[in-house]
Ligand binder design. Structure first.
Ligand code: GLN
Length: 197
């Protein structure tokens, strides 16, 4: 059984838990405090508001502990605001949050809530069938460092990336009935568990 945590300070938490709990041999649990990080094999940083989530991470003294866990190999997946939390650089902002992924992101890159959209895309690294992608006040990745693999682009903009134990998507698989991304992440967590620590 894999236990995958969802950071539950703000944002689309329940939707991720529902997806995780629909997968065989996976339990989705909330992460609200440092002790909750002890018992998980992987972590999802959900969509929401990155400024608010970053502030709450600092207030609850979770920032450094999560950074240490990810640096020591815990798989992490950031969706939308979660992608912004992981980025080393955010366009127009002097500071970042966790600052772990070698990506520069542009927040609200597609405009306001009204410019939210859905599209379907074939992402060969993830699945042989096309996947529905939901973008809500989404960021995109403006540039990536050498160690980052680009998984998906929409209209030439990078919207999904992977770097070792970290992955990030500008869109929200948890808001669709398609579990492909959650299965992919669960596989990533499973293989990291079988690595010698
Ligand atoms: N626009 C939000 C931010 O910048 C992200 C939106 C989302 O997670 N759906 O944090």
């Amino acid at each position: 059984m894999l236990t995958i945590g969802v950071l539950a300070l703000q944002g689309a938490v329940q939707e991720h838990l529902n997806c995780l709990n629909s997968l065989p041999d996976v339990a989705g649990v909330t992460v609200k405090k440092a002790a909750d990080l002890e018992n998980i094999d992987g972590l999802i940083l959900p969509g929401g508001e990155s400024t608010t989530m970053g502030k709450l991470l600092r207030e609850f003294k979770l920032t450094e502990i999560i950074i240490d866990k990810i640096r020591s190999g815990m798989p992490v997946w950031g969706t939308c605001a979660g992608m912004i939390l992981l980025a080393k650089s955010v366009v127009g902002e002097a500071t970042c949050h966790l600052g772990l992924m070698d990506i520069t992101v542009q927040r609200n890159a597609y405009g306001s809530q009204l410019n939210s959209f859905t599209t379907n895309l074939l992402i060969p690294d993830i699945s042989s069938s096309s996947i529905p992608l939901v973008f809500i006040r989404a960021p995109y990745v403006e540039s990536v460092g050498a160690g980052v693999k680009v998984l998906a682009t929409v209209d030439d903009k990078i919207v999904a990336v992977e770097q070792n134990n970290m992955m990030a998507t500008a869109f929200h698989p948890e808001l669709t009935s398609c579990l492909t991304f959650h299965s992919y992440f669960a596989e990533k967590v499973k293989s990291s568990k079988s690595l010698p620590s």
